[in-house]
Design a protein around this ligand. Structure first.
Ligand code: KG4
Ligand code: ZN
Length: 430
């Protein structure tokens, strides 16, 4: 059991340790010299750093190839990440065989870099943890296959990781938040509200009925041709919308809030995207511009879309908090609202969620942006968490498979719907 005392002790130890943390490098530079090196060599040449449990985490569920070595005090010993963003921006979205090819080309290099930076030897490594669900089948397959080779080579236990569980638990590496807490996960593939009751124990309150908010933002950014924008060309869709929205006036376009009549905690973003697309088409006609050019009102559209997504997410979260408090699933006082996933790095959305946190006397907790988007640290940390509770640690990997679709926890969204909670009005002016 991950007791409070143990967590505090580990935090003290983390503060005491003075070694540098290797935070995300957004892109791994592939040098010929390093490419020729062999992983085994790194493991055997490194010097011991700590007696704590140490996990190598590997992530390839979507378009980032990431790896990290993390110890049980939450110290990031080594980290590397190769982003495929630039390639997918050019092709107008993730093409799974392209993602698979890029994972294959980069996985060895990324893992090698993470291990090299950690200076950890194979004997010090407690286990290898890898995302096996949910995600793109072709991408998950690369990470799993490579991990199983390492597991056999180093004779280490294997910890299969649920990508969304890893996003949800990431915060505990930084802040000793205790269970239960409410978690909102918003990314390119998911929109989830769940109660985290334990490391492997989640209750699902609501999820997206169509697309995920990150996907919506990526598609709106593409429709606005933001790749051609001088400041946004290399940003992900969500980042580009956030950047542009700062100069925009959200009041220029009124968008209908999704699902305002549904008194549950599910989400929907596809209808909102249609509304935005209609506005863009109308404005393109008015301004006489061709598809591919940037509208003069692009910033206003970005601001309006971002605001509507933020308020939709905030209202569903507000209802989730009220449901949990009414049902005794969360403490009435001092409950935590944890927000993570790529879209959680959006500062505007965080501010809107802060309004809900203030109104419900909850603490809003978000990992720093680079630990909200996909990374190897969250996978390694999830491995540490699972070691602490002794669950899901495999000493025999025979028959293990990846799962492209995998729910998070038990689904209690019908109970939420039946409670039909009406929300008090909140002013979301931030
Ligand atoms: O969690 P993540 O890295 O990958 C998935 O598991 O999906 O999330 C990626 C998503 C992308 O859709 C990206 O556009 C979005 O997160 N994103 C953002 C921001 N940064 C990344 N969305 C809104 N604002 C941001 N600053
Ligand atoms: Zn993710």
């Amino acid at each position: 059991m991950w007791s409070v005392t143990r967590h505090r002790l580990l935090l003290c130890l983390r503060v005491f340790q003075s070694g540098p943390s290797h935070f995300c490098s957004s892109f791994v530079v592939l040098s010929q010299r390093v490419m020729q090196r062999n992983l085994v060599k790194y493991f055997h040449s490194a010097r011991p750093l700590s007696r704590a449990r140490i996990v190598l985490g590997i992530e390839t569920s979507c378009d980032d190839t990431a790896a990290a070595v993390v110890d049980e005090t939450g110290r990031i010993l080594g980290e590397a990440l190769h982003s495929q963003k630039d390639v997918h921006l050019k092709t107008g979205g993730i093409i799974p065989p392209v993602a698979q090819k890029l994972h294959r080309e980069n996985i060895e290099e990324v893992i090698t870099q993470a291990i090299e930076r950690s200076k950890v030897s194979s004997s010090e490594l407690t286990a290898i943890a890898t995302t096996v669900k949910p995600g793109l089948a072709l991408s998950l397959g690369v990470g799993l296959e490579y991990s199983l080779k390492l597991v056999a080579q180093f004779k280490k236990p294997f910890i299969p990781i649920h990508h969304m569980e890893a996003h949800a638990l990431m915060i505990r590496m930084i802040n000793p938040v205790t269970f239960p807490f409410l978690v909102l996960l918003v990314s390119g593939g998911h929109s989830i509200l769940a109660i985290a009751r334990g490391v492997t124990d989640f209750q699902l309150l609501g999820q997206s009925l169509d697309e995920a908010p990150g996907d919506t933002l990526d598609k709106i950014a593409r429709r606005l041709s933001l790749i051609k924008h001088p400041q946004c060309g290399t940003m992900s869709g969500g980042q580009a919308i956030e950047h542009l929205a700062k100069e925009g006036n959200r009041l220029m376009f009124e968008l209908k809030l999704p699902m305002s009549q549904n008194l549950d905690c599910n989400f929907s973003f596809a209808g909102l995207r249609n509304q935005v697309n209609q506005i863009i088409s109308k404005k393109e006609k008015e301004e006489g511009i061709q598809n591919g050019q940037i509208l003069s009102c692009a910033a206003d559209i970005a601001a309006s879309a971002q605001h509507t997504i933020a308020v939709h997410v905030a209202k569903r979260t507000h209802r989730a908090i009220m449901f949990c408090k009414m049902s005794g699933l969360l403490p009435d006082k001092d409950s935590a609202l944890v927000v993570s996933g790529g879209v959680a790095s959006n500062q505007y959305i965080r501010k809107v969620l802060q309004v809900v946190a203030n109104a419900t006397k909850s603490s809003l907790l978000c990992p720093p942006p680079h630990l909200c988007t996909d990374n190897g640290v969250m996978i390694a940390w999830n491995g540490i968490e699972r070691l602490s509770v002794g669950q899901g640690i495999l000493h025999n990997t025979e028959g293990i498979q990846y799962e492209p679709k995998a729910p998070l926890g038990s689904n209690i969204s019908e109970q939420v719907k039946n409670a039909a909670i009406k929300l008090p009005r909140l002013k979301f002016t931030v």
